[in-house]
Design a binder for this molecule. Structure first.
Ligand SMILES: NC(=O)c1ccc[n+]([C@@H]2O[C@H](COP(=O)([O-])OP(=O)(O)OC[C@H]3O[C@@H](n4cnc5c(N)ncnc54)[C@H](OP(=O)(O)O)[C@@H]3O)[C@@H](O)[C@H]2O)c1
Length: 272
């Protein structure tokens, strides 16, 4: 009881919507499951791991997968979520400052990803369609649900502790740090090159996935801006997934590069 009343200092009351409540549970459970799968070696098939599951010949079957170029696959992932964010201004207009900030943050986040796919990243591989479809749905449904959960708070009293402004700061730190480390990754290759190298600069000196760390920071920015249960569920689920994927990524670097510095952790400097 004491825990619930403490939480209600920071959160809008849970929504009277079975859909949003169910989605809060589903987001954490499905993303945590995806993170544990990464640790167990069952990867979503994109970037370094796009062909790993396919190469698993332990059972003697080489699975045929439908594949997209990485650029096409990534555009498929992010465009519907970007459009959901942009459309939210038309579907839920003028619902107050907090809602407008959340709608803007969601739209800017996914616009940035589309921009990076088109103009920053240099890809070497492909993406399996069977990975692209669930990820696309996950981003689209999560973004739409986050905005809808905010819509359900209209006319509710504001939580006693306002986290909107710290949320804006976290969001800006997140997208800026994420973009900077994407830029550093892109500098590792000249146009057309497909080789992998050990990343250098920025927080790459401490962790191999600083871009994921900043992604998580940005997602807690969404949570603090929204102060909804769903906003926090989505960020917690994303944290589980990216912890798992970064762990698998570090293991991949250790197996590929003999000179990979062992003090470089996965995602949290000096810790994990
Ligand atoms: N919210 C979520 O649940 C979630 C989940 C995953 C990702 N993301 C977001 O998506 C972003 C990108 O994620 P990602 O998993 O695709 O990142 P990634 O595997 O690190 O790849 C990012 C780009 O850098 C290239 N790259 C990576 N390591 C390289 C190396 N050692 N040498 C040369 N090039 C290298 C990749 O090329 P290749 O394609 O050739 O590998 C790709 O173009 C993240 O920062 C995050 O913002 C979000």
């Amino acid at each position: 009881m004491a825990a619930i009343s403490t939480l209600l200092n920071f959160l809008f009351p849970p929504p009277p919507s079975l859909f949003v409540t169910a989605m809060s549970v589903i987001s954490i459970a499905s993303l945590a499951n995806a993170g544990f799968s990464e640790v167990r070696g069952k990867h979503l098939s994109y970037s370094k791991f796009w062909n790993v599951n396919n190469n698993d010949k332990a059972n003697g079957n080489k699975k045929q997968q439908l594949k997209l170029s990485s650029k096409t696959g990534m555009l498929l992932l992010y465009t519907p979520a970007f459009l959901a964010g942009a459309a939210s201004f038309l579907v839920f207009p003028d619902e107050g400052f907090r809602s407008t900030v959340l709608q803007s943050a969601v739209t800017i986040h996914f616009f940035k990803r589309v921009f990076e796919v088109l103009f920053v990243h240099k890809y070497s591989g492909s993406m399996a369609l069977e990975s692209a479809i669930p990820i696309t749905l996950s981003y689209f449904v999560s973004s739409a649900t986050m905005v809808y959960a905010q819509h359900l708070t209209v006319n509710l009293p504001e939580p006693p502790i306002n986290l909107l402004y710290p949320g804006i700061v976290l969001f800006l730190v997140g997208i800026t740090g994420n973009f900077y480390h994407h830029y550093l990754l892109s500098k590792l290759r000249i146009k057309g090159e497909k080789e992998y190298k050990i990343p250098k600069g920025g927080l790459f000196e401490f962790v191999i996935c600083p871009h994921y760390l900043f992604e998580i920071i940005g997602f807690y920015g969404f949570s603090l801006i929204s102060q909804t249960l769903y906003g926090f569920s989505f960020a917690i689920g994303t944290t589980f997934y990216l912890l798992g994927r970064s762990y698998a990524t570090r293991r991949w670097y250790l197996s590929k590069f003999e000179d990979f510095p062992k003090n470089v952790k996965a995602i949290i400097p000096f810790v994990f």
